[in-house]
Design a protein around this ligand. Structure first.
Ligand SMILES: [Zn+2]
Ligand SMILES: [Zn+2]
Length: 254
């Protein structure tokens, strides 16, 4: 099986003790490519993923300001993001979006920082990786302006929301939540998504799938989500691996 973890926070301090070993375990598990998310602890450091992508040939990067950190963005932040978008291994602007669960930044600031990054993505023809929590309608309204799709990361919506995202041209990326006992509505959504619009991710170090739930997550554990997704869709893990790898290549390595 050859897999891609399309969303991991490899820069997180929870990997400081064993980052190399976690990457080795991923490769041993068949996770041969990783998309490192570049939001880190927010501006001014926008290069946490770029540094990893420069170091490892199989690691790709995103750049962006997470909604949690929207208050830290300045004029320089957007200038620097525009420069970094030209880096050959930067595949997307993300994770960007709205988070009304935590509200770590005021909602109007979240929205304006999100909109500026969507405009940057449109200008630079970069994909977007969307984070949305308890902000579905505002998120959908904001991405309506985008001429192309992207990734709904850690998609946890139901069938109706899945259809809305698919209609807007988005891919749905499934993570550990898919394996949680209570996630039946999400599994229904995962059942209806077309073969060519699904991706898998860990969002490590967060949201470890069953049977690792509650522990630190790492890229190798994407295999457990792949197994569950295969059960849900009535197919084999090998087939899910093949589809999601092909989808990553078609979407992100165009
Ligand atoms: Zn997120
Ligand atoms: Zn994330």
């Amino acid at each position: 099986m050859t897999l891609v973890d399309t969303h991991c926070h490899l820069d997180d301090s929870k990997f400081d003790e064993d980052r190399e070993q976690a990457i080795e375990r991923a490769l041993a598990a068949g996770v041969t490519r990783l998309m490192a998310i570049g939001t880190g602890n927010g501006p001014p450091d926008l290069e946490v993923a770029v540094r990893l992508a420069d170091r490892y040939p199989f690691v790709y990067a995103t750049i962006g300001v997470h909604p949690h950190d929207a208050s830290k963005a300045t004029a320089e932040t957007f200038d620097r993001l525009r420069e970094l978008a030209g880096h050959p291994k930067v595949l997307a602007i993300g994770e960007i979006g709205l988070d009304y669960h935590y509200d770590f930044s005021p909602r109007d600031v979240q929205l304006s920082v999100f909109e500026r990054q969507l405009a940057l993505a449109a200008d630079t023809k970069k994909l977007v990786v969307i984070h949305t929590r308890e902000a579905w309608d505002d998120t959908l309204a904001a991405v309506a302006s985008l001429p192309h799709g992207g990734v709904m990361h850690c998609f946890t919506g139901d069938a109706a929301q899945a259809r809305q995202a698919l209609d807007r041209g988005f891919h749905l990326s499934f993570g550990g939540v898919l394996t949680f006992p209570k996630a039946e509505a999400l599994r229904e959504a995962a059942r209806l998504a077309p073969d060519d619009r699904i991706l898998v991710e860990t969002d490590c170090p967060y949201l470890a799938p069953v049977p690792h739930r509650g522990k630190r997550n790492e890229p190798a554990f994407v295999v457990d989500t792949v197994r569950r997704l295969a059960e849900v869709r009535g197919t084999t893990p090998e087939k899910i691996a093949e589809l999601t790898t092909r989808n990553f290549e078609a979407l992100c390595l165009r």
